[in-house]
Ligand binder design. Structure first.
Ligand code: IDP
Ligand code: MG
Length: 168
């Protein structure tokens, strides 16, 4: 069951589990550079659960919708051409506090300022080629997941045996 605040609630072994979902995308630079596995590994290793994934080429309209909050900014047109220049890997990750966890795993927007150990801090050098996108809050997570995935494309209510060793 998906709640309006963007979190997802289901029952596992009679225990109520409340988890968040977030939208993450590997941008065309990450796909082209052959680091899809490297990026996915970092979210998997952190303990998050992959519940949706597709390789897709973004249309201009979808790119404009996804980055709608940046419309009018000087970098907007460049951002839209970059994100539509090749395939992206669109994903939904789930877990307790998944939105903030993904953002911290991704690192600061400008890779030059991103901490070592983060995806951008380890794998990128500049802002216009920063490899990965992650939703910045519950509303954007819900909105962005809806742009890229239909409900049936996201694996729902799929408790993993390992979840009790990842979250308490
Ligand atoms: P975020 O990806 O860390 O959430 P946002 O501020 O939402 O950062 O910006 C969206 C994307 O737009 C960034 O990831 C980056 O690729 C691009 N971007 C943001 N600011 C600039 C800029 O000043 N110059 C060029 N590109 C930028
Ligand atoms: Mg953003």
């Amino acid at each position: 069951m998906y709640e309006t605040n963007g979190s997802c609630i289901y029952y596992s072994e009679d225990i109520k589990v409340s988890v968040e979902r977030t939208f993450v995308a590997i941008k065309p630079d990450g796909v082209e550079r052959g680091i899809i596995g490297e990026v996915i590994k970092r979210f998997e290793s952190r303990g998050l659960k992959l519940v949706g994934m597709k390789l897709m080429k973004l249309s201009n309209e979808k790119a404009q919708e996804h980055y709608g909050e940046h419309k009018g900014k000087p970098f907007f047109d460049g951002l839209v051409s970059f994100i539509t220049a090749g395939p992206i890997v669109a994903m939904v990750w789930e877990g307790k506090g998944a939105i903030a966890l993904c953002r911290s795993t991704i690192g600061a927007t400008n890779p030059a300022q991103a901490a070592p150990g983060t995806i951008r801090g380890d794998l990128a050098v500049e802002i216009g080629r920063n490899v990965v996108h992650g939703s910045d809050g519950p509303e954007s997570a819900k909105r962005e997941i809806g742009i890229f995935f239909s409900e049936s494309e996201v694996c729902a209510e799929w408790p993993r045996a390992v979840d009790k060793w990842v979250s308490e």
